[in-house]
Write a protein that binds this ligand. Structure first.
Ligand code: URA
Length: 198
């Protein structure tokens, strides 16, 4: 099976497992993930918003536009990365995802990472960051790469990734200072990839 076929199977599994039925019942559709299954970098957001829910793809609204602009500043495009969220149905009124919802979706996110096997995982905002680094405070440690070993589900092996915790683009969108911080932090991405290749 190709990586894309394996990812499609995980998406079907979420539906078959009836994950978070209350969220699913209010959402238009599952927003599983999008981009290059062979990417070296995976971005993880929080949960779909209104536009994502309607289009079935992550980060297609205002935050997504800003994300694409930031990618351009480091010479990358959406086709070069894979992007997803922890919670894969839109929470009503865009409320924060609940701890229980994040916990329920986490094994599926892990399976996604296991298939893609990226070198770098960029976590956008505290919700996705704290899934991997529970004690990290974004305000203190944004832009600081951390090596993490993820236990694989399908074997006893671990997947070694570098997690780069960043502010969520939505938080930085209309805040000049935070916006520049996020752009500056993005500059670390190609440097980390280069270092891992050497
Ligand atoms: N914010 C997120 O965290 N994810 C999206 O897909 C869109 C906005």
């Amino acid at each position: 099976m190709s990586k894309q076929q394996q990812l499609d199977a995980i998406a079907r599994q979420i539906v078959d497992d009836k994950v978070c039925p209350e969220l699913a019942g209010q959402a238009t559709q599952l927003v599983f993930g999008d981009g290059n299954p062979d990417a070296e970098v995976v971005f993880i957001g929080e949960a779909p918003g209104k536009n994502e829910d309607l289009q079935g793809k992550p980060f297609v609204g205002a935050s997504g536009k800003f994300l694409s602009e930031m990618l351009e500043t480091i010479g990358m495009q959406r086709e070069d990365i894979y992007i997803t969220n922890i919670v894969k149905y839109r929470p009503p009124d865009n409320r924060d995802p609940l701890p229980e919802e994040k916990k329920t979706f986490l094994p599926y996110l892990q399976s996604q990472l296991e298939v893609i096997a990226p070198k770098v995982v960029v976590t956008l905002g505290r919700h996705s960051t704290n899934c991997f680094l529970p004690d990290l405070q974004i305000s203190k440690s944004h832009g600081e790469p951390k090596r993490v070993k993820l236990q694989l589900k399908e074997s006893d092996d671990v997947l070694e990734v570098v997690i780069l915790p960043l502010y969520h683009p939505a938080a930085a969108l209309y805040n000049g200072g935070m916006r520049q911080t996020l752009i500056d932090d993005f500059a670390a991405i190609p440097l980390i990839i280069k270092k891992l290749q050497s």
